[in-house]
Design a protein around this ligand. Structure first.
Ligand code: NAD
Length: 428
């Protein structure tokens, strides 16, 4: 579904321009917030296992740090582009602001495909990324985290390189670290659970009981798996899940009307979140085309894979039964699709609110690292629920009061906070 001409950054800017008009922002603030403050693009030479040297392209974009150090993941993806990283960095600024944590927005990436790289090669990419940026990132400047196709292991290699360069321990440099090595309990669950905390609140407002609902989810990685876990615990039933098939280079949807079984699906899923097609058939799943997750007759849709998935072309196919779209992924819905979704009167929980659980828990990880005192899992998840719920309630209250689309209401709150920080610092 990823059209060649899709430019995520243009989409992020279009969303910003729209809200800048609602807020009547002055020209200088618009000029400042429309583009990132800083961008780094660099090469990472790596000697591969067969002896030849391959040069990978790396990125880090720091969109805005008026409210605190930049914060954002590092993605390893063969189709990574600077514009995707710019968009994601911009969305991180709004995400930290909407949940009101004292951090700004950043994002990074490397054009590579970990499917085809050994662990040693991936370690060299991680260390090379940090060597290029060691003076431009850090606990008080810019704090990376795992994202698509990167894990706690990658973060630990990066931390190790950073500490080797600076000659001291800096556990707050990076988040998403493994447990026992500066990681926080609850981080693995945080984004998926956070999505469902907001779904729970949306259902309350719509006067629908979770146990009376069904859902369809795109993606079966970290966000999706934990969203499914908590939603199922609340009594909801997921009837369709889609994932990317590395062998066939396409996606498939896996459907079970009685409800997918998370554990049995996990047993047939690789570490990249790809579900084994043949084994799924054996377990009684219907294997459908990749886009079919979107057209299911369910109450809740959760896109939790990639950007640019619900578009002007396919949004019209969304069932009339759908009441909520909770965006687990970043930027899954295009502005053209938004217009169709508005007309269908679907309640949207926008990406930078719905999936803010990850960064909120990363912030808790930093706080714990700085104190060198680690909380129990219940304490982390309890604090996460409080933050996510209050952010959701603030956005939905503003949406109701000013009759705004939920995405616009979330943007109004976030952009207003960042614009105010820039003004009060005397930047504009
Ligand atoms: P992941 O790599 O763990 O999982 C991605 C999943 O999407 C995999 O199951 C993969 O098979 C599937 N997928 C990829 N392309 C697909 C396609 N075309 N159709 C269907 N499925 C496809 O990634 P993740 O950490 O779960 O992140 C998913 C999304 O959520 C991304 O947009 C990411 O930026 C966003 N996000 C993640 C976090 C986090 O904490 N992990 C936080 C905020 C936002």
């Amino acid at each position: 579904m990823s059209g060649k001409s899709f430019n995520a950054f243009e989409m992020a800017q279009a969303q910003f321009d729209h809200v800048a008009d609602i807020l009547d922002l002055d020209a200088a603030t618009r000029a400042l917030l429309r583009v990132p403050l800083r961008e780094y693009q660099f090469s990472i030479p790596v000697r591969m296992d067969d002896g030849h040297v391959e040069v990978f392209r790396g990125f880090r974009v720091q969109h805005n740090d008026s409210r605190g150090p930049c914060k954002g993941g590092i993605r390893f993806h063969p189709q990574e582009t600077i514009n995707t990283v710019r968009a994601l960095a911009t969305w991180m600024t709004w995400k930290c602001a909407v949940v009101d944590i004292p951090l700004g927005g950043g994002k990074g990436g490397v054009i590579c495909d970990p499917h085809n790289l050994s662990a040693r090669e991936q370690e060299q990419i991680c260390r090379g990324w940090v060597r290029q940026l060691a003076r431009n990132v850090g606990p008080l400047a810019d704090v990376p985290a795992p994202d698509v196709m990167t894990s706690g292991q990658h973060m630990l290699w990066m931390l190790d390189e950073f500490e080797a360069i600076h000659g001291k321990k800096y556990p707050g440099f990076i988040t998403g670290k493994p447990l026992g090595l500066g990681g926080s309990l609850g981080r693995t669950e945080a984004t998926g659970y956070g999505v469902i905390y907001t779904v729970r609140e949306a259902l309350k407002q719509l006067h629908i009981r979770p146990e009376d609902t069904t859902a369809s989810v795109q993606g079966f990685g970290n966000v999706s798996q934990y969203a499914i876990e908590l939603y199922t615990q609340m009594g909801g039933k997921v009837i369709c899940v889609s994932s990317w098939d590395q062998t066939d280079q396409t996606s498939y949807s896996f459907k079970k009307v009685a409800g997918v079984n998370l554990k049995e699906l996990l047993d047939i899923t690789d570490r990249f979140g790809g579900i084994n097609k043949a084994k799924a058939r054996d377990l009684g799943y219907e294997v459908l085309p990749g886009d079919d997750w979107l057209v299911q007759e369910v109450d809740i849709l959760i896109p939790a894979a990639l950007e640019n998935q619900i578009t002007g072309e396919n949004a019209g196919k969304i069932s009339g039964k759908v009441k909520i779209i909770a965006e687990g992924a970043n930027g899954p819905t295009t502005p053209e699709a938004d217009e169709i979704i508005k007309a269908k009167n679907i309640f949207v929980i926008p990406d930078f609110l719905a999936n803010a659980g990850g960064v909120t828990c990363s912030y808790f990880e930093q706080v714990q690292c700085n104190m060198n005192y680690f909380w129990e899992k219940d304490e982390v998840l309890g604090k996460l629920d409080v933050k996510m719920t209050s952010a959701f309630l603030a956005v939905s209250a503003l949406a109701a009061k000013r009759k705004l689309y939920m995405r616009d209401a979330a943007y109004v709150i976030a952009i207003d906070r960042v614009a105010r920080a820039c003004r009060e610092r005397g930047w504009v």
